[in-house]
Design a binder for this molecule. Sequence first.
Ligand SMILES: Cc1ncc(C[n+]2csc(CCOP(=O)(O)OP(=O)(O)O)c2C)c(N)n1
Length: 277
Amino acid sequence: MNKNRMNAEKSIPEMQQIARKLRRDIVTMVARAGSGHPGGSLSSVEIVSTLYFKIMHHHPQDPQWEDRDRFILSKGHAAPVLYATLAECGYFPVEELMTLRKLGSRLQGHTDRTIPGVEMSAGSLGQGLSFGIGCALAARLNKKSYRVYVLMGDGESEEGQVWEAAMAAFHFKVDNLVAIVDRNGLQIDGWTKDVMNLEPFSDKWRASGWHVIEADGHDISQLIEAFNHAETVKHQPTVIIAHTVKGKGISFMENNADFHGKAPNPAQLETALKELA
Ligand SMILES: Cc1ncc(C[n+]2csc(CCOP(=O)(O)OP(=O)(O)O)c2C)c(N)n1
């Protein structure tokens, strides 16, 4: 199989530059739209960009390439981070990002499969892991070697379906799938520990039969190591608990649940872009 890793030769400083650019795109497109989800998009920037630029095998010019690794954004409200990354890879023009949430635009507020590079229409939380297991089992049945990556939120992990899927992945020994939890500690209504405590979180995954890796979700080297390590784990699924900061990179958005689903106003956008310059 011809496995092409896009820009795999990029250095860590170059990856950090890409992450800054993606953050600028995210806040700008959400501000232009006047609505959207910046907080959980900003916390996932390194996770998503490391996958697309360093780990996954995919062809932006051929989004349906059947041997591509699959990325499933289960927390579909974080669409801006996926759109910005796909555009940066070349799936569609970067200028199109500014049509986010506009009438007639392909780039709806939550991910839609009609967008080149988007694998799953999402937005109703809790479904992506089940979908990903289906893709992973299909690879096994079809004797394909592609891998499946599912990104979930920690608030999303309060959904019962996530744990049904966790059981199924262990039962079927799904080792070509990696779940990543963006563990930013916040959800729509505040801290997860106050809304529905998830701890002992990693023990729950372990008890469900998963191999657990913890990493700093903003440290690209740690993420690369975690994804490479995951590839060596056989006969059981792997979860990477990525510790992140919601709103990462913009002082007034960091750890602020207010910016879960709110656009910055023009003055706030100016400040944000200065911080990300
Ligand atoms: C089934 C379902 N219930 C509720 C919502 C509304 N909702 C959208 S985002 C969100 C919070 C999600 O928190 P988390 O998964 O931690 O996302 P992140 O902080 O990473 O953005 C909620 C409750 C939804 N989209 N789907």
